[in-house]
Structures are given as structure tokens and as C-alpha cells.
Design a protein around this ligand. Sequence first.
Ligand SMILES: CCCCCCCCCCCCCCCCCC(=O)SCCNC(=O)CCNC(=O)[C@H](O)C(C)(C)COP(=O)(O)OP(=O)(O)OC[C@H]1O[C@@H](n2cnc3c(N)ncnc32)[C@H](O)[C@@H]1OP(=O)(O)O
Ligand SMILES: Cc1cc2nc3c(=O)[nH]c(=O)nc-3n(C[C@H](O)[C@H](O)[C@H](O)COP(=O)(O)OP(=O)(O)OC[C@H]3O[C@@H](n4cnc5c(N)ncnc54)[C@H](O)[C@@H]3O)c2cc1C
Length: 660
Amino acid sequence: MNPDLKKERDGASFDPEKIVNLLYGGPDRVKRKRKLESLALNDPDFQHEDLNFMSREQQYETQLKKSIMVVQKQEKHGIMGPEDSAHYVYNGAFKAMAGPFGLHTSMFLPTLRGQATDEQKDKWLKMAENYAIIGTYAQTEMGHGTFLRGLETTATYDPHTQEFDLHTPTPTGTKWWPGCLGKTSNYCVLMAQLYIHGKSYGPHPFMVQIRSLEDHKPLPGVTVGDIGPKFGYAGNDNGFLRFDHVRIPRDNMLMKYSRVEPDGTYVKPPSSKLAYGTMVQVRSFIVSEAAESLAKAVTIATRYSCVRRQSEMKPGHPEPQVLDYVTQQYKLFPYLAAAYAFMFAARAMVSVYFRSMERITRGDITVLPELHALSSGLKSLSSWVMNAGIEECRMACGGHGYSHASGIPSIYAEHTPAATYEGENTVLMLQTARYLMKSYSQSVQGEKLAGSVAYLAGVQPVPVAGRTRDVLDLQVLIEAYQHRAARLVHEAALQLRKEQQAGKDQPDAWNATSVDLVKAATAHSQYFVVKNFAARLADPAVDSSVRAVLTSLCQLHALHGVVNNSGDFLEDGYMTGTDIRQARRHINALMAKLRPDAVALVDAFDYPDGILNSILGRYDGNVYEHLLEWAKASPLNKTDVHQSYHKYLKPFLQANRAKL
Ligand SMILES: CCCCCCCCCCCCCCCCCC(=O)SCCNC(=O)CCNC(=O)[C@H](O)C(C)(C)COP(=O)(O)OP(=O)(O)OC[C@H]1O[C@@H](n2cnc3c(N)ncnc32)[C@H](O)[C@@H]1OP(=O)(O)O
Ligand SMILES: Cc1cc2nc3c(=O)[nH]c(=O)nc-3n(C[C@H](O)[C@H](O)[C@H](O)COP(=O)(O)OP(=O)(O)OC[C@H]3O[C@@H](n4cnc5c(N)ncnc54)[C@H](O)[C@@H]3O)c2cc1C
């Protein structure tokens, strides 16, 4: 063990195991988590060369082979349910890297479960759950991802044959991006515009076979392939797909909510947005993805910052650990705090999702708008912060952060698309804003608001001038976030009305106000995160040493948000210049307080080395010797003299020497 890391761990004010238990739901679940992770990490069948040293084709093949073994072994070991899979498959076997069955499990199966009738489930779900067929979720097209109502692929009902005719009428109607489509899937859930008797009914889901079950060749009328290399996601065959008048039977439309009768009569769903259900589910889970990815990057950068020594802080003194530079703490600690804040927000989001789904399954769709607004806002906020945080962690590791040996570039490349997929963040924030505007106007009309928007009914008043307040007090901070969110919602609503009063129609007024609307929706989501973090700490079951350190983190998270967005808090005089100055002082003091606990706090995320996959973030801190070992394994180092020397460099050098 590197002596610096040992010293850090010895000096911590709390036992990290207590936080591990808090994060993962108690000792039994932690035991299960570790067992499943280690089962996957130590399985010789899952070992392979570092993916960074492979071509894209090799990466796809490696991940495909592993995906198949994972499915077989899951059955053998009795690994079931989303929590087990997150440990064994997502983190353990795949180290959170994309694989070719990812969309089958994350979207194809959930869509069948959520959108198919019982008869349709009997027909396909068992086959899909047992991997007799592999599917994906084919929605986005080359021309449209965000605007679902703009999809061009058509499903035209023919009552004579009781079939749908699937067709891609234009180049931009080509399905583009669906994961696992290019080479792996033989089925897909296709989102296509439903047409009956020449009338459009909007996007609907259809179950479509695209490849032969005998030889995997595309079926007649189907053109399908891989979209080529991307920023990351090398192990995933994101694909394209076109149809040339492909016919499928009527009952291939997933008809749990809307139906087409044999004669072409359309039966409306209780809400047209129920067809978007899988997206809402995945958005709810992406908050966990964002929290985890940020936590991994922060773990790497924090441990490395204790091993790394650089410069002289005091002349003649030994070089300090770079984490002792307060500027380094200011880079990392706010993201450490954010990772915790989003871990707790993610748990809350998942439980809101399951509670809402219980009610929706019982036929109560009134919870849908709130679920959509909350999941859209939290997915966007968490993935934005994750993106900024991972990049900050990479830069905080100096030059070594840029190497794949740090593990950070892969984390970034694999998870940065969370800001785009499953709904582009700005677009989703505007969906949250739409709900906020509606709720606000209901409140103005005297309706009682409930759930996450209840606070919009009563804005905290601006305090009288000269009143001092303790900005370290979490209740004071929660009220400040609440006030800011309520004010920004109120002002966005006023601005929207002003734009309309100035002659703009609603869409133009909305567009003119959209920067304010995104700001208001972001503030609303941040308020939820801060309030939820503090509420988690109020649980009497939380150990006092843990509560002490997490309270500091929660204060840091909230204060950092105040200082970073100080204009919002100052603008109407709710906070004063003195408050902001105080907040900055408190941040410095909190960082000093957290410094001795930093390593224990990242250890408490409980990522074993196998999952972090980082030389810089190793638990034992033995960075330098392993860096060299890692570099030696690079394919370019297989021989001392690369064959290209003989082909290009040698004649070039010889010719130059001959000229002298
Ligand atoms: C240990 C832990 C480990 C962690 C593991 C975690 C792992 C998780 C990670 C999984 C990774 C999976 C990889 C995912 C790959 C990506 C897959 C995709 O991108 S797939 C492709 C993803 N693609 C996208 O996401 C596309 C994004 N685009 C869209 O979703 C839509 O086009 C839209 C929402 C933007 C607009 O829709 P449009 O129809 O034009 O609607 P309007 O605007 O006209 O609003 C009308 C009314 O409808 C309302 N409403 C709307 N939606 C919903 C809803 N869902 N519900 C309820 N209501 C909704 C709206 O509020 C409004 O209400 P009101 O005001 O009238 O009352
Ligand atoms: C790695 C990855 C995996 C994916 N996997 C799948 C999959 O499995 N299945 C699938 O169907 N799709 C998948 N997608 C596609 C993904 O869902 C879309 O890319 C995403 O929904 C964004 O749509 P877009 O690409 O059309 O972006 P665009 O909408 O074209 O966004 C471009 C810009 O326009 C802005 N913009 C667009 N509309 C508005 C608006 N109304 N108001 C304000 N600004 C706006 C956006 O904010 C953004 O800045 C995947 C994408 C990626 C990157």
C-alpha cells in the first residue's frame, strides 16, 4: 500500500463501511453486491486484453462473446432482478462499458413488458427473456431524434390483409442510432407513424423481425447495418435500418394502450404519452448512471491526488500531495459532494418511478406528468454535472489523466452521451419547464399543488434588509434554493406573458423565453437534489460520525451551488453580498474539514479496482510501477522495433543521411 494513501485512511473520522451500508441499503445487500461483483471480476471467462488496445471490431466481438457468457452464467448463479444485474453485469462484467445486449435489457424487454398485451407477452416475452430472440428499440431517425411526432417511418394499416405496411419514405427517415441494431438484433420495437385509411395517428410501437432466425441475414425489404465508429460505445453496434414496404401482421402492433381493430377502427389510449413509457423508465435510471460515473471519476482523481506529489509549497520542504493545494480541493470536492447528492437523488428518483408505475398499472395516469417532469429534470441535471465533473477530474490528474491508463477517458466517452440519448438535455429541461409553467398557472388560479411543485404556491419572502442569517444552516440553504426556484419559475411565467402581450404567439413567446425556462427548470431540479440530500441525513438511523461528514458534504454541495449561481440568489435581494462572501468562506472551511476524510469518502463508493479499471485510481496507490507495466502491454511495444520502421522510417532516415 502506498504510505500516503495508508495515512489518509488511518486518519479518517469515520468508518467508510458505514457509508457503504447507507448507500447500498444495509450489510446484507452490500454483501450480495460484493459477492456478485467479485464473481464477475474474478471469472476467468470474462478476462480479456485491455479494450483500449483493441480495434473496434475486436471490442465488439469481445463484448458479444462476454454478453453470451454473462447470460448463461446469470442463469447458473441464479442472478435475477435489476439490482443483481447492476452489480454482476453492468459494473462487474462490463465495468459500465456498452455491450451488444445493452438495449435488449434496457429498452427492448421493458417495452415488451410495458406496452404489450398479455397475449403478445405470451408470444414474445418468454422468447426475449430467454434470449431466443435479441431486440432493440428503434425510434430515432437520421432526421429526427428529439421530435418524435416528426418521425417519417410509416406503418400503414391494410384492413384487407389485416397487416401493416412498414416503409421508409425518405433518406432522413432511416432509423439511425439504435444500439445493438447494426449487427446483433434480429428483432426490434419499431416506433413508426401509424396511418389508417389515410389518417395519421402519431408514433406507435410495433414488434418487427428484421433478420432471419436461420442465418441472421436481413429479411426481404430490410436494409440494416452499423453506423460506424463513434466518440465511445465501441462495443456497441449502434445501427441504421430501412424498410421497403415490409408487411407485418396486425397483432404486431404493441396494443396494451392503443389498438387497431381488424376493420381499421382505432381505439385511443388513456393518454397518448403512455407510448413513451420506456423512455421515462430509462431516464429515471440514468440519474444512477450519472451519479455512478461521476463517483468513479472522483474516486480516481482523489486517490491519485493523494499519491501525486508536485512542486514546493514551502521552499525547501518536501513536495506536497497535490490534494493539499486548496485549488485542487476546489476542483474535486464539489464534485465529490455532487456525486453523493446524485446518488441519493437517484435512489429517490427510482422509488418515485416504481411508486408511480404501481399507480399507472392500476389505471391512475394522473401521476404521469409529475413523473415525466421530475425524471426529465433530474436526468438532465445529473448528466450535465457528470459531464463537467468527469472532465474536471481528468484535468485534475494532469497529463496522466489524458492517458487511457487513468480510466477517465473511457468513463467520459461511455457516459457523456447520457446528455443526449433518451432525450437531449435542453429539450427535456424544457419539458420540465412546461410542467412548471402549467403548475404555476394552476396555483395562480387558486388550485392546490402537490408533489415536487407544491412549493410554487408560496414563495419565501425576501427578508428585511440587514437581517443576518447562518448560510451554513441546511434549512436556510434549502429555503434559499426553494426561493430561487420559485422566483425563477414566477419570472419565466411573467416573461412568457410579456412576450405574448407584445404580440408574439405562444410558440414564439415560448422560444423567446426558453433560456429563462431552462434556468427555472434547472433551479427546480437543483432544489429537489439539495432538499433530498438533507432529508436523507435527517434519518435517525444514520450513524452520527457519518451524519457529521455527510452534512459537511451536503453544505458544500449547496453552498457551491449558491456561489456558482450567486446572481440568481442576489438578484432580488433574497441573499446579500455578505451572505455570498460568507458562503465562500464556509466553502474554504468545509474543504479544510473534509480534506482528511476525502479518501475515505471515495472508498465508501466501494468500487473495487476491477470496476474502476484505472491505474491512477488503484486502491493500493501503487501508480507508477503499474503505469509502466500498462504501457509495456500496448500493442506498439510488442517488438522493440516496429515493422513500420523498416517500411517507412529507415529509408527516410537513410535518404536524409545520404544527402548530408
Ligand atoms: C448500480 C447502478 C447502475 C446504474 C445503472 C443505470 C443504467 C442506466 C443506463 C441505461 C443506458 C441505456 C442506454 C440508453 C440508450 C439510449 C436509447 C435512446 O436514446 S432511445 C430514444 C430516446 N428518444 C427520446 O428520448 C426522444 C425525446 N423526445 C421526446 O421524448 C418527445 O418528442 C418530447 C417529450 C420532447 C415531446 O413530445 P411530444 O409528443 O411532441 O409532446 P409535447 O412537447 O407536444 O407535449 C405534449 C404533452 O405531453 C407531455 N409529455 C411528453 N412526453 C411525456 C412523457 N414521456 N410522459 C408524460 N407526458 C409527456 C408533455 O409534458 C405535454 O403535456 P401538457 O403540457 O400538454 O400537459
Ligand atoms: C450513444 C447513443 C445511443 C443511442 N441509442 C439510441 C437507441 O438505442 N434508440 C434510439 O431510438 N435512439 C438512440 N439514440 C438517439 C438519441 O436518443 C437522440 O440522439 C436524442 O434523442 C437526441 O436527438 P437528436 O439526435 O435528433 O438531436 P437534435 O434534436 O437534433 O439536437 C440538436 C440540438 O438541437 C436542440 N434542439 C432540438 N430540438 C429542440 C427544441 N425543441 N427546443 C430547443 N432546442 C432543441 C438540442 O438541444 C440540441 O442542442 C442514441 C444516441 C446516442 C448518442
